[in-house]
Write a protein that binds this ligand. Structure first.
Ligand code: SF4
Length: 455
C-alpha cells in the first residue's frame, strides 16, 4: 500500500489551538504562511546585537523557561542544554554553532514541518535569540521537507538587517528516520553522512566541525521565541500534538501541557472511550491504554511507564490490535535503521520476525520468554535510541496487554498475519500535503550538502 498524501486517512488538513487561543504555536491563521511583517507586528524580532552577554541569563529567567524541555523527543531541559554549550564555548578553539533541527523523520508527526512551512519566522526568531545568547556567528536550519525549506529560504530573504546578526544556512537534510538524531545532524553538517555516532562526545562538547554545538528542535525554538512575544504566556505552556488514528482524519493540536487525555478524546472523538489504546510519542513511547486521567506532559506520561516523545498520539480503536501495531513499528525499524550497529540491525529484524510470527496459530519458539528477554537486553544498545524504542514497545506490550499477548501465543491472530514484503507501517504515516498548486507534497531527498544556502 502506498500512502496517498491527500487521503483523508493520512493527510492533515486541520490545526486547532485548544479552546481557540490564537496566540499559540499554530499562529492566528493556521495553514497560512506568516510573513516577516506580520510576525514583527506581534512583537517578534526585538533589536539585538551579534552577542548579548546578558541575554542567556535573561532567557533563563523568563517565565516557564526553567521547565521547558526539548520537543524533539528526548525532552532534555532546554536551558541546561544551552548552558552546556555556553560553558563549552569558554575554552573551545572555535565559536559555538546553533542548529534548528527540523528533520522530523518520525512518521506520525507533522508539527515541525507545519512550523517551518507556516511559521518560519517564529522558528528563526528563536534560533537568532539563542545564537545571540551564545555569540554564535553561524546557525543552521536542518530540514528535509522541500516546502518547509523553501518557506525558510523565503523568510530569510524577508529579514531586515537589524533582525539578523548571525549567518543562517539552510541545509537539505536527508529524508531518513535517523537523520534527525542529534549526532546524525552534527555528522551530516560536518561530513554529509546523516548517521548517528557513538556518545560521548555529545554535540555540546564536539559538534559541527569540532565546535560546541547546540541542536534544538524547531518547536523548542518556537517556544523560546514565543516566550518573548508580548501576548504570549510562559515559555512552553503548550505543546504541538499530531493526533491520528481511530478512523478520523489527523489533527494538529496546540494543547496545554498537563491536559488530561480524556479531555482530548472528548474534543477529538466526541467521546471519552476507555477501550482505546494509544501509540504514544511517535514510534518511541509505547502502546498504552488510553487512560482518561493520563496527564499529557513528559513527567505525566513517564509516570505511566511510557514516553510523550515528539508529542504524537495515534489512537487504536477495536479491532486494531496492539500486538499488530507493535509488529508494524518494529518492522519499520528493521527496514529503516541506519545499518551500522550490529545489535540494532540483528535485533530489530529478529523482533520484527518474531512479532510477525505471533499471527500464526502454532508458534514454534519460546516467545513467552523471548519477548521479556529482548525488552531487557535492548536498552542502551546502539549509537541511537532505536534499540531503546523497541525495548519500550515490548515492555508496554507485556505490561499493558499481557492477555492479548497470551491469546496470540495460544491461537495466533488473523489481524497480525501479513505477507512477507508488505509495507506494514504505511498506515502509521501522517502527511502534510501541499496546498493546491504547490509543486511538492512532502519531503525531498536532495543531495547533501549541495542544498545549502545562506543568509
Ligand atoms: S542503533 Fe540502529 S538505528 Fe541507531 S545508529 Fe545504530 S543501526 Fe542505526
Amino acid at each position: 500500500m502506498a500512502v496517498d498524501p491527500h487521503s483523508p486517512r493520512f493527510a492533515l488538513h486541520e490545526a486547532r489551538s485548544w479552546r481557540g487561543d490564537d496566540s499559540g504555536l499554530l499562529g492566528p491563521t493556521p495553514f497560512t504562511r506568516e510573513t516577516r511583517d506580520v510576525y514583527a507586528a506581534l512583537g517578534g524580532y526585538p533589536a539585538r546585537g551579534a552577542w548579548d552577554a546578558d541575554l542567556l541569563d535573561r532567557l533563563a529567567g523568563m517565565p516557564g523557561m526553567a521547565a521547558l524541555r526539548g520537543r524533539g523527543g528526548a525532552a532534555f531541559p532546554a536551558v541546561t542544554k544551552i548552558r552546556a554549550v555556553a560553558q563549552g564555548a569558554v575554552t573551545a578553539p572555535s565559536p559555538p554553532v546553533v542548529v534548528a533541527n527540523g528533520a522530523e523523520g518520525e512518521p506520525l508527526s507533522v508539527k515541525d514541518r507545519y512550523l517551518l512551512r507556516y511559521r518560519p519566522h517564529l522558528v528563526l526568531d528563536g534560533l537568532l535569540t539563542v545564537a545571540a545568547a551564545l555569540g554564535a556567528p553561524a546557525a543552521y536550519v536542518y530540514v528535509a521537507d522541500a516546502m518547509a525549506r523553501a518557506s525558510v529560504e523565503t523568510a530569510l530573504a524577508e529579514l531586515a538587517e537589524p533582525d539578523i546578526a548571525t549567518t543562517v544556512h539552510v541545509f537539505a537534510a536527508q529524508d531518513t528516520y535517523v537523520a534527525g538524531e542529534e549526532t546524525a545532524v552534527v555528522r551530516a553538517l560536518t561530513t554529509g553522512i546523516a548517521r548517528p555516532t557513538d556518545k560521548p562526545p555529545r554535540p555540546f562538547q564536539v559538534g559541527v566541525r569540532g565546535a560546541p554545538t547546540l541542536v534544538l528542535n524547531v518547536e523548542t525554538l518556537a517556544c523560546i521565541a514565543r516566550a518573548g512575544l508580548p501576548a504570549a504566556p510562559e515559555a512552553g505552556a503548550t505543546f504541538l500534538a499530531t493526533v491520528s488514528g481511530a478512523g478520523r482524519p489527523p489533527v494538529l493540536y496546540d494543547l496545554p501541557i498537563g491536559l488530561g487525555l480524556g479531555e482530548l478524546l472528548r474534543e477529538h472523538l466526541g467521546r471519552q472511550d476507555s477501550s482505546l489504546d494509544v501509540l504514544i510519542g511517535g514510534f518511541f513511547g509505547g502502546v498504552i491504554p488510553a487512560w482518561p486521567d493520563l496527564e499529557l506532559s513528559h513527567p505525566g506520561v513517564a509516570r505511566r511507564g511510557a514516553g510523550l516523545g515528539c508529542g504524537s498520539l495515534h489512537l487504536l480503536e477495536s479491532p486494531a490490535c496492539p500486538v499488530a501495531v507493535t509488529a508494524d513499528v518494529v518492522a519499520f525499524y528493521a527496514a529503516h535503521n541506519a545499518g551500522q550497529c550490529g545489535m540494532c540491525m540483528a535485533s530489530s529484524t529478529a523482533v520484527a520476525a518474531t512479532l510477525a510470527e505471533l499471527g500464526e496459530p502454532h508458534p514454534t519458539r519460546n516467545y513467552a520468554a523471548l519477548l521479556p528477554q529482548w525488552a531487557g537486553q535492548l536498552r542502551g544498545r546502539g549509537a541511537c535510541a532505536v534499540p531503546d524504542a523497541i525495548a519500550v514497545l515490548l515492555r508496554s506490550l507485556l505490561q499493558h496487554h499481557p492477555q492479548t499477548v497470551m491469546r496470540h501465543l495460544a491461537a495466533g491472530c488473523d489481524r497480525c498475519r501479513w505477507a512477507e514484503g508488505d509495507p506494514r507501517w504505511e498506515h502509521l504515516v501522517v502527511t502534510l500535503p501541499a496546498p493546491a498548486g504547490e509543486p511538492t507534497d512532502r519531503r525531498a531527498a536532495e543531495p547533501v550538502p549541495s542544498g545549502m544556502s545562506a543568509r
